[in-house]
Write a protein that binds this ligand. Structure first.
Ligand SMILES: [Zn+2]
Length: 693
């Protein structure tokens, strides 16, 4: 007995971590950046010195080559891969004429003094474009052994572009992102499914974002003293230099990128997210119960919020603060405490929209316009939506750091879905996008509107620069994945979905997952194999569409005509039959034959519920596995069928058309083409124009 009990205990204890995994507190530190940089506003140039230590994360590989991203070279000339792919236009923004940007490594040496400059060579691992200079390799005089490290001293000059594609200047506004020589990720064998170790260091593409290793940053930034500065991490010190400039020191650990901003015009708005005042005890209790975690495990911590606002946008200050708090609260409760002490929200200058809607560790850029000060545009929750979304990237990509080049859906898709949830939690259901004149619209509605029945050519799981046309990147990285997750939630239910997402975050916080890791976790959490689902909707290209092919409900009438032969021949006259039918109706003895054909017009096969409503009876549901192209349901009942509805709860958000899901059998007019459709169209265009998505 005793032996059996302790065996059971051991089994239970060893199973426990998978069920209630604690939140990792810190990342591995593969890189350490110590940078000192000065801004020359007259030339829009940065001069920087960088001491970089890299630790070889492999247990077996000897590494003699380093690969760096030089992202700013994407803006060097029209021959770069980025400009070729984008045609100088991105996210509704256009590259300024002659607004070029570039980065030069002026010196690079090991700490022991070996000069690596002669070994530098541009490489183009993705497209072989010899004119692209966004990746450079350096060869080390002595290879780095497994687990060993190397320290380099690098000097660089960066010419910032006029704001385009997230980074640059506009007059005296600076948003400085991807501005220093940044190491790619050395992936040892086994990491993200790799067979052999090697660098993952893609060129900068029009539709791609980023991928980098975790570590610590300490960055000294020198700017004119009248500029207001904001940056990733915590401000540790500042000193005036006596020459009209001030130097600020920022530090942060457990991050994989560093961005900063400077503008003399910023209005600084400070606020604190309070873990005790901004979340009620009842909310903590509810979330802990939903997630199956202890109160301690869902407890949040205080965060200093700084909003750097354009003077014209003063009336929106509280909206930015409230949205930042909504993000800290809901993402924190659901996925795990935001572990950093600061959050900076940047409101880009007018005309610098290209810098808006972007995320860096502890530092996000929102997006707004003066018109959102005023009715009716103040009822469009664009300010809130963008701030919550960009904040959400602290979790999806910031901490759970997938490769954005190769699997953008893992950050943009998970985050688009999470943004919807957070907007609903903070602002109420169906009101997350627009609420005025009695009209409400949620942003999953907007995502659904982008699901084109003709779009059967691309897939979610693709490298971001492979989309043709490149505009498909948006749908397949943001909207479709959000619908995939929403549909999955429809199948799993809210609680299981919440636990799944929590577990995924806990397990991959401060790590680099790939799609396969997400899929296998779904199987693990649900105890079922979901590959049939992900194979179709993430790897596959086809669409989901269920509709009613036909629905008839006919009264069974008394047979009429001539029956039998010879002496037995008998005629039932029309008049007699009508009389009998009338008598049956009066006595409520009529019978109806109802036949419904439900169709699967999309190629994706998903199980689906069908609801049937017979006169005077409660709604009945039957399920269909959706494998065949049609399914016929027949009923012989004493009630007439009133209506039929496939996927009556509208759980399958992936369905490209819900208008054809239901059918009334009496000739009642169906609702005319809704105002919703027109609104969706207008809104999507508005958001695309503003470059906010
Ligand atoms: Zn995003």
């Amino acid at each position: 007995m005793k032996g059996a009990v302790s065996f059971l205990l051991i089994a239970l204890l060893s199973a426990a971590p998978a069920l209630a995994q604690s939140l990792p507190e810190r990342s591995e530190h593969v890189v350490q950046y110590r940078i000192s940089v000065a801004l020359d506003p007259a030339k829009h140039e940065l001069t920087g010195k960088q001491t970089l230590t890299w630790r070889n994360p492999s247990a077996t590989d000897v590494v003699s080559e380093l690969q760096f991203h030089l992202y700013l070279n994407a803006f060097k000339n029209t021959k770069s891969t980025f400009v070729r792919e984008s045609g100088g236009q991105l996210r509704g923004d256009r590259m300024a004429r002659d607004g070029w940007g570039w980065i030069d490594i002026t010196s690079i040496a090991t700490a022991s003094g070996a000069d690596l400059k002669p070994t530098l060579a541009f490489i183009q691992p993705d497209d072989g474009n010899p004119d692209d200079q966004t990746v450079v390799k350096a060869t080390l005089p002595e290879p780095v052994p497994p687990g060993g490290s190397v320290t380099l001293d690098i000097a660089f000059v960066s010419k910032l572009p006029q704001v385009f594609a997230r980074t640059g200047y506009k007059d005296d506004f600076y948003l400085v992102g991807q501005w220093f020589p940044k190491l790619g990720v050395y992936e040892p064998a086994g990491m993200r499914g790799r067979e052999t170790g090697g660098w993952n260091c893609h060129q900068f593409h029009a539709t791609s974002e980023f991928y980098a290793d975790f570590g610590s940053y300490a960055v000294e930034i020198t700017v004119p003293s009248d500029y207001v500065l904001g940056a990733t991490g915590e401000r540790k010190s500042q000193r005036t230099n006596g020459n009209g400039t001030t130097t600020y020191l920022y530090e942060q650990a457990d991050i994989h990128d560093f961005a900063w901003t400077a503008d003399p015009d910023y209005v600084v708005v400070k606020a604190t997210f309070s873990a005790t005042q901004d979340v009620t005890p009842a909310e903590y209790a509810r979330i802990a119960k939903q997630l199956g975690r202890t109160l301690d495990q869902v407890k949040l911590s205080d965060v200093d919020i700084t909003v750097l606002l354009q003077p014209d946008h003063r009336p929106q200050a509280q909206r930015h603060v409230d949205a930042a708090k909504a993000g800290l609260k809901w993402y924190g409760l659901w996925y795990g405490r935001y572990p950093y002490k600061t959050l900076t929200v940047v409101d880009p200058a007018p005309g610098a929209a290209g810098a808006g809607g972007m995320e860096y560790p502890t530092f996000i850029t929102a997006g707004s316009a003066w018109m959102f000060n005023y009715w009716p545009f103040d009822r469009i929750r664009a300010v809130e939506f963008v701030t919550v979304h960009e904040f959400g990237h602290q979790f999806w990509y910031g901490m759970v750091a997938n490769n954005e080049f190769e699997e953008a859906w893992l950050d943009e898709g998970l985050n688009t879905w999470s943004t919807s949830k957070a907007m609903v939690a903070a602002y109420g259901p169906d009101a997350t996008m627009v609420e005025f004149l009695g009209f409400k619209l949620g942003d999953q509605d907007v995502n659904r509107a982008s699901n084109d029945p003709a779009g059967r050519y691309n897939r979610i799981l693709a490298r971001s620069w492979d989309y043709t046309p490149s505009g498909d990147y948006g749908f397949y990285s943001y909207f479709k994945p959000s619908l995939v997750l929403g549909t999955l939630e429809g199948y799993l239910g809210e609680q299981t979905m919440a636990r799944l997402m929590r577990t995924y975050h806990e397990r991959w916080r401060f790590k680099h997952p790939r799609s396969e890791d997400f899929f296998s976790l779904v199987n693990e959490v649900t105890g079922q194999d979901w590959s049939w689902y992900f194979d179709q909707v993430v790897r596959g290209t086809d669409i989901v569409d269920y509709d009613i092919g036909s629905a008839v409900s006919r009264r069974v009438r008394v047979p009429r005509g001539v029956f039998g032969d010879g002496a037995a021949r008998k005629t039932v006259s029309g008049a007699d039959a009508e009389k009998q039918d009338a008598a049956a109706a009066k006595a409520k003895r009529e019978m109806f034959e109802s036949t419904v054909v439900v169709r699967r017009s999309g190629g994706v096969r998903l199980p689906v519920d069908v609801a049937f409503k017979f006169e005077g009876k409660p709604v009945e549901r039957l399920s269909w596995d959706g494998r065949d192209t049609t399914k016929t349901f027949r009923f012989a009942r004493s009630e007439k069928l009133e209506w039929v509805d496939v996927d009556p709860d509208r759980k399958i958000l992936l369905d490209v058309n819900w208008v054809n899901n239901g059918r009334r059998l009496d000739p009642d007019a169906r609702p005319a083409a809704s105002w919703t459709a027109r609104w969706l169209f207008l809104l999507q265009n508005l958001f695309a124009t503003l470059g906010l998505l």
